[in-house]
Every structure is written in structure tokens, then in C-alpha cells.
Design a protein around this ligand. Structure first.
Ligand code: ACO
Length: 389
């Protein structure tokens, strides 16, 4: 029987510290007005010293696992999408696996810039649909505050830190991933790049002096590319799913710039309420932005069971990806991670007993009510007669 990959748990983490546009005005030659009107960003979150890609991933992953009622020891695969891991080697996914206590799970990191989480989601779905794994933990995390040049006003105002995670589980019911579109155009690889401290420019004083270890971006080139692929990729997955754009309840795009999102919205001819935008709160969190927007959309009640949603990302590579999903998670129940074994063992029989009691009451009532009806009639007539006397 074919398997379907549906999302059964989700979680997010953003650092406490907010860096507002007004804070940036004090650091570089910029203004709240310029940042807001060109990008839609009002503030972004910045990791505290000691907070890293690994620690942020753990925080969002624990929430997602708790919601899916999945103990870490039962996780079968972990994928972490990121461009800002703790170390170049090893993959941060292995560190997450260890600290989570997911001793039985293989783990790997996936790098596709801001598109990474959608690539990871689609990859995870393939493992489930082929029957290789029954569940996969898919995390998108970025620690971009360590990678941006805080003297470069063209990039540093754009980015922020955070993490989002989902649990994908196998289902026999036709739900979950409906279709996907993955793309890459490496001819523009240098439009968004960390040029230094790797193979082409190994670490050296020169590399550091030229600030090549920081992110460089040709904003206009990325803008043009993003405005083109975003709408095209959404349209493709909607058609491949046998749907029309009117069937889509919510589009969750990568949050790079609200002007890019608005352009795509107009091209797709969808009303503003069908386009998720939370860039004002977090800025561009690259691979974390779509799962963060998903969790915010759920918290705001913008996705209901049975809805179809589209995730769409674009970014370094240059890459793009979209995935259409039928949204049908299991009944969510937020319980602390540490309580799982006891709570879960108790919760199941209690829920079964409640259901049995409810159905017994209903069936008793339906059997007894018809027998009681003549009695009700007799009692009413008796009361009337007593009144007359
Ligand atoms: N504050 C004030 N002025 C600024 C700032 C700033 N922070 N940054 C740039 N400017 C100035 C420039 O110096 C320039 O001045 P000039 O005309 O005197 O030379 C002027 O503003 C216009 O600069 P542009 O770069 O042309 O501004 P633009 O309107 O293109 O907006 C932006 C720049 C916001 C970066 C835009 O190009 C964009 O959003 N591009 C897409 C970026 C993106 O999506 N990146 C993420 C990809 S995903 C990933 O994988 C990480």
C-alpha cells in the first residue's frame, strides 16, 4: 500500500533579543523608513552568546516531537536544513541527534540556502512514501547574525536568527505532500555567497582583512530571480496537484522581502489573506523562515484540517522549491517532553474509556427515549387534569 507523508507536529524557536530598525539606525547609516518600505522588516531576533544552530534546532525540535507525541528514541531520521551550522564539519544534524536523545536516527544536514527547508521536507517525504522510514524530523535553522557583516548596511539589516521544525509521519490515508517542484540555477551562484574560509579562499589574514568570510549579496539580481520563480513554482505545484489556485487556503513563502511576496501575490491573483507574511517580526531567517511562518500561521488559526497549503522558497544557489500539502495533522496535544512515557500511557486508555462512555450514553439514550415518550405524554395529561380540578 502506498504511504503518504503528513505533518503531525511542529515547533519554533526564536532568540529573546530583538534588534529593531531603530537600534540599527544607531549602528549604521540607515533608517527605519528605508528598511520598512524596501523590505517590510521592523525587527529581527539575534542569538545570545552560546546560542547556536544546534541549540536553536533542539528547542524547535522538542516542541514538534511533543506535539506529535513522538519520543526522541522513536525518531527514524533527522534532516537539518541550514547554511550556518555550528561547524563546517561535522554536520550539525548529528549533534542535534545526540543531544535530542534520538539514538536510533540517522541524521544529515542539507544546504540549499533559504530553499533548504522545502528541499528537506520533500526529501523526508520521499523516505516516508517509499516506506523506508515511518517518521522524519525536519528542521530549518539559521544563525545568520554570525555570518553577516555588521558594517554592510545592504545586507545586515535583512537577516535574523531562528529555527522551525516539523515531524512528518507515514499515513495510509491520501494526505500530506501532494506535489513538489525543486530547481537550481548555479550560473548565478555568486549572487548570494560566503566567499571566504572554504576551498576557493582558504582561511588567511587576507581573507579576514577583506571581510570575505561574511555574506555577500547582489540584492537586485536575487530580487529579479525571486520575483520570477516564486509565482512560477507555486503555479506548477498547484497544477501538478490537480488543483486551482482558489483551492489553496494559504501560501507560505520564504520571507526575504515583502515586495517580492507582494509581486508574486499579484501575479498569482490571490487575496492578501491567502499569503502568509511575518517578515516584520523576524526578518529573513533563511532556511528557518518557512517553518517559522508555518507555526505562526497555525497559531493565528489561518490553517484548518483539510486545507491545502503551498510552501515556496528561493535563495542561494540560486535555488527554488515549492511543495503543495494537504493539511491533516493528528489531534495536537501539547505535553512537556519529559512527561511523555507516563502521560502517553495514561492518556490513551483514558481517551478510549471516555469515548466508550460517550457512545454507551448515546446508544442508551436512543433506546430508552422511545420507551419513555408515552410516559411523558401521560405525565403531561395528568398535570393538565390536576390543574383543571
Ligand atoms: N539603508 C539605507 N540605504 C541603503 C541601505 C540601508 N540599509 N542599503 C542600501 N541602501 C542604499 C544603497 O546604497 C543605494 O543607494 P544609492 O542609490 O545612493 O547607491 C540605495 O539604497 C538603493 O540600493 P538598492 O540595492 O538598489 O536597493 P533595492 O531597492 O534593490 O533594495 C534589497 C535592496 C532590499 C536588498 C533588495 O534588493 C532585495 O530585497 N533583494 C532580494 C534579497 C533577497 O531576497 N535575499 C535573500 C535571498 S534568500 C537566501 O538564500 C539568503
Amino acid at each position: 500500500m502506498s504511504k503518504y507523508a503528513r505533518i503531525t507536529g511542529w515547533g519554533k524557536y526564536v532568540p529573546e533579543r530583538r534588534l529593531t530598525n531603530f537600534d540599527l539606525e544607531k549602528m549604521i547609516d540607515t533608517s527605519d523608513e528605508w528598511i520598512r518600505t524596501r523590505t517590510g522588516i521592523r525587527e529581527r531576533r539575534i542569538a545570545a552568546p552560546g546560542e547556536t544552530c544546534c541549540s536553536m534546532s533542539l528547542a524547535s525540535a522538542r516542541q514538534a516531537l511533543a506535539m506529535a507525541h513522538l519520543p526522541p528514541s522513536d525518531v527514524e531520521l533527522i534532516i537539518v536544513a541550514t547554511s550556518t551550522p555550528d561547524y563546517l564539519v561535522p554536520a550539525v544534524a548529528s549533534m542535534v541527534q545526540d543531544r535530542l536523545g534520538a539514538g536510533n536516527a540517522p541524521a544529515f544536514s542539507l544546504q540549499a540556502g533559504c530553499t533548504g527547508w522545502v528541499y528537506a521536507l520533500v526529501t523526508a517525504s520521499q523516505f516516508i512514501q517509499t516506506g523506508a522510514y515511518r517518521n522524519v524530523l525536519v528542521i530549518g535553522t539559521e544563525h545568520l547574525s554570525v555570518g553577516v557583516d555588521w558594517t554592510d548596511r545592504a545586507t545586515c539589516v535583512l537577516f535574523g536568527d531562528g529555527s522551525g521544525a516539523v515531524v512528518l509521519e507515514a499515513s495510509d490515508q491520501p494526505t500530506g505532500l501532494l506535489s513538489f517542484d525543486l530547481g537550481s540555477d548555479g550560473s548565478d551562484y555568486d549572487a548570494l555567497i560566503f566567499p571566504g574560509c572554504a576551498g576557493v579562499h582558504p582561511p588567511s589574514h587576507d581573507v579576514i582583512n577583506q571581510r570575505l568570510h561574511y555574506l555577500r549579496m547582489d540584492g537586485r539580481r536575487v530580487f529579479k530571480f525571486a520575483s520570477r520563480v516564486l509565482a512560477d513554482s507555486v503555479r506548477k505545484v498547484v497544477i501538478d496537484s490537480g488543483l486551482t489556485i482558489d483551492d489553496i487556503a494559504l501560501i507560505i513563502p520564504h520571507q526575504a522581502n515583502d515586495r517580492i511576496i507582494e509581486l508574486a501575490r499579484r501575479r498569482l491573483k490571490v487575496p492578501p489573506e491567502k499569503m502568509m507574511v511575518n517578515i516584520d517580526r523576524y526578518g529573513n531567517t533563511s532556511a528557518a523562515s518557512i517553518p517559522l511562518a508555518l507555526v505562526d500561521a497555525l497559531d493565528e488559526g489561518r490553517i484548518q484540517p483539510g486545507d491545502r497549503v503551498v510552501f515556496v522558497g528561493f535563495g542561494a544557489g540560486l535555488t527554488w522549491a515549492a511543495a503543495a500539502f494537504h493539511w491533516e495533522p493528528q489531534e495536537p496535544m501539547s505535553i512537556p517532553v519529559l512527561d511523555w512515557p507516563v502521560r502517553e500511557r495514561l492518556a490513551q486508555p483514558v481517551a478510549r474509556a471516555r469515548t466508550a462512555l460517550w457512545s454507551a450514553r448515546i446508544s442508551l439514550a436512543t433506546k430508552v427515549e422511545p420507551l419513555l415518550l408515552p410516559l411523558y405524554g401521560f405525565a403531561a395529561g395528568y398535570r393538565k387534569r390536576r390543574k383543571k380540578e
